[in-house]
Design a protein around this ligand. Structure first.
Ligand SMILES: Nc1nc2c(ncn2[C@@H]2O[C@H](COP(=O)(O)OP(=O)(O)OP(=O)(O)O)[C@@H](O)[C@H]2O)c(=O)[nH]1
Ligand SMILES: [Mg+2]
Length: 245
């Protein structure tokens, strides 16, 4: 059967088949791979072929990965020559940025855009935590928005906390597969929680917020948007760029 990879924890994969059934998948023996330097042979967003191992335990063995029309790579933190595929088969990638708590730098945004262009994935930039912005932050946002829109990117201002600006964001996400990236603590999981309520993705508690960023999301994971489309939440990253990301 054919299935889509929703989550990869390294050795196990959460798969959804074409009828919407969830399976625990794993590999056995050697898989034919596109990219042998990757530390993870199968990534979220991959379409795989698999055989049922046990109906009762809903386990399946993955036998083949279908060709990826694109993917986003990240350099392995431990082995510089190795790459980790963050996600595959994306329609767009969304950078969640913040001007406060934490501050996203313009350099970081630019590297994200360059990487997205390199991987041929259209990018959108979403500034979150608008509720924390003072007049001078709004001014800065307007300046950056004008600059990035001039070169063709869609830029939005939202607040996951105050539920602001989310209708336009939902429109952009509808019926697309979107990878969500951004520093730890910018509110990626919080945004997903308000876009897709009820799933209760883990977020960092405000009381524990140090302003430095904590890795609360550990593995990339894909979620279905009730109105159509899918979003992939990722752990916050330090760098996103041609070499580093
Ligand atoms: N004031 C304010 N706080 C927010 C907003 N969105 C998220 N937060 C807070 O920011 C903190 C981090 O949010 P998360 O959603 O865990 O951030 P994340 O990007 O998923 O972080 P990682 O999983 O570590 O990458 C939490 O304390 C949230 O409550 C917002 O719009 N306004
Ligand atoms: Mg998170």
């Amino acid at each position: 059967m054919k299935a889509l990879v929703y989550k990869s924890t390294g050795s196990w994969y959460i798969l959804k088949d074409e009828e919407g059934r969830i399976w625990n998948g794993r590999t056995k023996g050697v898989l034919k791979l596109d990219d042998i330097t990757s530390t993870n042979p199968i990534a979220v967003g991959d379409v795989v072929e698999c055989e049922v191992e046990s109906e009762e335990n809903v386990t399946a063995i993955i036998s083949k990965i279908q060709h990826r029309h694109n993917y986003i790579n990240r350099q392995s933190p431990r082995h510089k020559a190795q790459h980790h595929i963050v996600a595959a088969n994306l329609d767009q990638s969304m950078l969640v940025a913040t001007l406060k708590e934490p501050k996203t730098s313009q350099g970081f945004i630019d590297r994200f855009l360059v990487a997205s262009e390199m991987y041929h994935v259209p990018a959108i930039i979403v500034f979150n935590k608008s509720d924390l912005y003072k007049a001078k932050d709004i001014e800065k946002y307007e300046r950056w928005k004008a600059m990035y829109e001039t070169v063709g990117y869609k830029v939005l201002l939202v607040s996951a906390e105050k539920n602001e600006g989310l209708e336009e964001l939902k429109e952009l996400l509808k019926d697309k597969i979107t990878l969500v990236s951004g520093h730890s603590g910018v509110g990626k999981s919080s945004l997903l929680n308000v876009i897709m309520p009820g799933k209760n993705r883990k977020t960092q508690d405000v009381s524990g917020w140090s302003g430095k960023g904590q890795h609360t999301t550990t593995f990339a994971e894909m979620f279905d948007i009730p109105d159509g489309g899918k979003i992939i939440d990722t752990p916050g990253m330090r760098e996103f760029g041609p070499g580093g990301y």
